[in-house]
Every structure is written in structure tokens, then in C-alpha cells.
Design a protein around this ligand. Structure first.
Ligand SMILES: [Zn+2]
Length: 172
């Protein structure tokens, strides 16, 4: 099946987790393992209470992440809902998040490249830009120790590395 959710996909788990918490992740994983399934079967396979499963399903539905097909049970006359995940919506969401993350990382990278930084060497204190350091007469505003040049090549390398990975993942 192509719609499978991998619980190891951190981003996906964090998106679904944000929407409905740990229970939503459990329901999503149960849904991903089936073409379509009922709330009762999900309750059975996850050990969650039926009401909790239903709550999560409606929450996923609100976010267009899950949809259902309704049929009437000929024996009972009641409606039965067959639920499935909407993998396209999930990949849209994941892609949007990754693009947003990429944009923020690029902004951060230009900020790092456009500024020279100073720091007092004290781990609890924040670094500052050259302009800020001039205003402070090169004295840390928190601990009053002298501010010294702070090389940010390591930060730039990490950012460039993350950006390269996201560019490949999002084709951008
Ligand atoms: Zn300091």
C-alpha cells in the first residue's frame, strides 16, 4: 500500500500529533495499515475507547486528513462508516511545512552571513551583532565581561547542510 504512514517519519507524526495528540497518531497509524476501516476496528486494534477514536477521526476529518464512506447495514439498518486516510492531503501538509521550514532557514542563513557577531564567552549570555556591540562599548549587557569576535562558520555550515537536505526533499 502506498498510503502507509511510518511512525518514524518525525514530521508527519508531529503534524498529526499537533492536530490530535498521541491518540491521533495511534489512529492514523491504524488507518494507514488498512485500505479502509471502521471506528470499532480501530478501537479494537489500538485499545482506545470508541468515543476517543471517533473524536480523533472527526478531528482528522476537519483537517481533511481522513474521509469516510457511509453504507447502511442491511441487518441492523444502521449506518456504518468506513474511514480512510487522505495521503495526498498529508503529503501536501508535509510539503508545506518543509517549504516553510526551508524559507525560515534561508532567512536565518542570510542573517548569519550578513552580520558579524560578538560574545562574552559566557554560556548563559546571548551573542550580539557588531552594531549592538558598538552600542554596548563591547561590554556584555548581562555579565559585563568584554565582548569578543564570535565566529559563526559552524552555524553557517549546519544551516547550509539542513537547507541542502530540505531542497532535495521539496524539489526546490
Ligand atoms: Zn555575558
Amino acid at each position: 500500500m502506498s498510503t502507509k504512514i511510518y511512525p518514524t517519519d518525525d514530521l508527519l507524526v508531529s503534524i498529526i500529533g499537533e492536530i490530535g495528540g498521541d491518540e491521533a497518531v495511534r489512529v492514523a497509524v491504524a488507518l494507514a495499515n488498512q485500505e479502509e476501516t471502521t471506528d470499532e476496528r480501530i478501537a479494537g486494534s489500538t485499545g482506545m475507547r470508541l468515543n476517543a477514536v471517533r473524536k480523533v477521526l472527526y478531528r482528522l476529518h476537519e483537517n481533511h486528513l481522513a474521509s469516510y464512506r457511509r453504507t447502511r447495514d442491511n441487518n441492523t439498518g444502521w449506518f456504518v462508516y468506513f474511514w480512510k486516510l487522505n495521503p495526498e492531503k498529508i503529503s501536501d501538509l508535509v510539503r508545506d511545512r518543509k517549504r516553510l521550514a526551508l524559507r525560515k532557514l534561508r532567512e536565518r542563513l542570510s542573517y548569519e552571513k550578513e552580520h558579524i557577531f560578538f560574545h562574552c564567552g559566557n554560556e548563559q549570555c546571548q551573542r550580539c551583532t557588531f552594531d549592538e556591540a558598538v552600542e554596548l562599548s563591547f561590554q556584555c549587557s548581562s555579565c559585563k565581561r568584554p565582548l569578543q569576535f564570535y565566529g559563526n562558520n559552524g552555524i553557517i555550515d549546519v544551516l547550509e547542510d539542513k537547507i541542502r537536505k530540505l531542497e532535495i526533499e521539496t524539489n526546490s
